[in-house]
Design a protein around this ligand. Structure first.
Ligand SMILES: NC(=O)c1ccc[n+]([C@@H]2O[C@H](COP(=O)([O-])OP(=O)(O)OC[C@H]3O[C@@H](n4cnc5c(N)ncnc54)[C@H](OP(=O)(O)O)[C@@H]3O)[C@@H](O)[C@H]2O)c1
Length: 331
């Protein structure tokens, strides 16, 4: 511990609001790991839409100052007395709050070793969205070969993972996005049908595409939320599943469950952490995603790497629909 600095750069908010509440403080204390914790020296941190929800207050901060960021990669800088599986110098990636800073102390439940074959920055880019997409594609709705699967905002960070995973299972992927350029990217990752939901009647298009398969998709994976939810109920086939996984356009308003009755629909509002509460679950999904990256079975798409100091710009870009794939911060 003696060689570690006492203070660090950290992305913090002291109130909820616009991007102007984001501050880069340079004198945040470097935490000492508790007996059951590791201290990670972060090299890259991932950007996620949840950073925007946390900054705006849709997901309120537990206290202030609050450090943003939910995932990073780096090296172990110190270990607590009772930690057995990690040692100083190990290359790791993790899920945990307070990742957008130089050093983060956390219990190792959601810390994983990173294979040396994975390029720098890719583990931070992949760990949260990769295992979210994989666990949702297995557990929220188990995608099957031949299923019509609708993925909204398909060229986004999570969207490109869902498209690739659904395609690898043999599903027929219908992608929506707001621009034709984004749709080309979704197609390049395996989407078979492309719908520009800014210019086309996407509900009618999905019904037309699926008219020989019960007039609807087996499942929709929807991170857009408020703007697409009602349409989702129309385009899911009888006995199908609506996976409402996020709120990029705003939260879905309170919902009358009787609306599920006419087609016996299943509705889920999953969050990643409930699928990886056990260490074995986290390890299995992470290993699979890292193996796929090493084998070249999936593409990791980094839209842009921003310096930590430009985190507010990164949030602005992510929130303004100007990005495809993943945004990461170099720390
Ligand atoms: N439940 C979980 O555990 C979990 C985990 C990870 C992510 N998520 C969710 O997955 C979704 C995608 O997250 P991400 O980090 O990968 O972001 P992202 O998809 O890279 O960016 C969000 C995308 O949403 C679309 N969008 C539609 N309406 C929008 C609006 N009014 N404002 C802004 N964007 C809008 C945009 O794509 P178009 O321009 O193509 O419309 C935009 O690019 C989010 O809802 C996030 O909360 C959930």
């Amino acid at each position: 511990m003696s060689s570690l600095p006492k203070t660090q750069r950290s992305v913090q908010i002291n109130a909820h609001g616009g991007v102007d509440v984001i501050k880069i403080v340079t004198d945040a204390p470097v935490p000492a790991p508790a007996d059951n914790e590791v201290l990670v020296k972060n090299t890259y941190a991932g950007m996620n839409f949840i950073d925007i929800y946390s900054r705006m207050g849709l997901y309120p901060a537990p206290s202030f100052p609050h450090t943003l960021g939910r995932e990073a990669e780096g090296t172990i800088a110190a270990v607590g007395k009772s930690v057995r599986n990690f040692k100083v110098g190990d290359r790791v990636a993790y899920l945990g709050t307070g990742a957008q800073q130089e050093y983060t102390a956390l219990a190792p439940l959601h810390v994983a070793h990173v294979p040396s074959a994975i390029q720098e920055g890719y583990a931070a880019a992949a760990i949260l969205q990769g295992i979210t997409a994989l666990s949702f594609a297995r557990e929220s709705y188990e995608i099957k070969k031949g299923d019509y699967i609708l993925v909204h905002s398909a060229a986004g960070g999570l969207g490109l993972w869902l498209v690739q995973i659904a395609k690898s299972i043999g599903a027929r992927v219908i992608a929506t996005a707001s621009t034709d350029k984004k749709l080309e990217m979704a197609e390049d990752h395996g989407a078979e049908f492309l719908i520009n939901y800014s210019t086309q009647d996407w509900v009618a298009e999905v019904k037309e595409i699926t008219k020989d398969a019960g007039g609807g998709v087996a499942a929709v994976f929807d991170g857009v939320g408020k703007d697409t939810f009602d349409g989702d109920l129309e385009v899911v086939r009888r006995k199908g599943t609506l996976v409402s996984l996020g709120n990029a356009s705003g939260a879905v308003p309170p919902f009358v469950i009787a609306r599920l009755a006419p087609k016996n629909l299943k509705l889920l509002r999953p969050q990643l952490f409930a699928y990886i509460a056990e260490r074995e679950e986290f390890e299995a999904y992470t290993k699979e995603i890292f193996d796929w990256i090493v084998e070249g079975k999936v593409k990791v798409n980094i839209h842009k790497t921003y310096p930590l100091e430009e985190v507010a710009q990164a949030q602005t870009d992510l929130g303004s629909r100007a990005t495809t794939g993943k945004l990461i911060l170099k720390i």
